[in-house]
Design a protein around this ligand. Structure first.
Ligand SMILES: [Zn+2]
Length: 95
């Protein structure tokens, strides 16, 4: 439910590395960045915009600590889900 709302508005993203995974904080993300989360139980995946994370959580929160607060939109699993920071792909087909 939560993820699906954003999935419908999802632009194309590519993975971006913002540093050591365990050390990445919400505040390290650009507002246009996103958090791509894949549920290991049912395979459901979605991208949560960083702007939403910044609104819901503290900029100093480590993303690693938030996984239990980001349940899967399909099966509600909130343990050990895989996540990856992503950045919108610049559209080079226009202009
Ligand atoms: Zn799931």
């Amino acid at each position: 439910m939560f993820y699906d709302w954003y999935a419908a508005r999802m632009p194309k993203y590519e993975p971006v590395t913002l540093g050591m995974k365990f050390a990445v904080r919400i505040g390290d993300l650009e507002d246009s960045d996103g958090l791509h989360i894949t549920c290991w139980k049912c395979g459901h995946d979605a991208v949560i915009p960083a702007a939403v994370l910044k609104w819901r959580f503290d900029a100093n929160d480590r993303i690693l600590q938030l996984e239990h607060r980001l349940p899967c939109g399909k099966c509600r699993n909130r343990d050990l889900n895989h996540w990856q920071t992503v950045r919108p792909i610049a559209d080079t087909t226009r202009g």
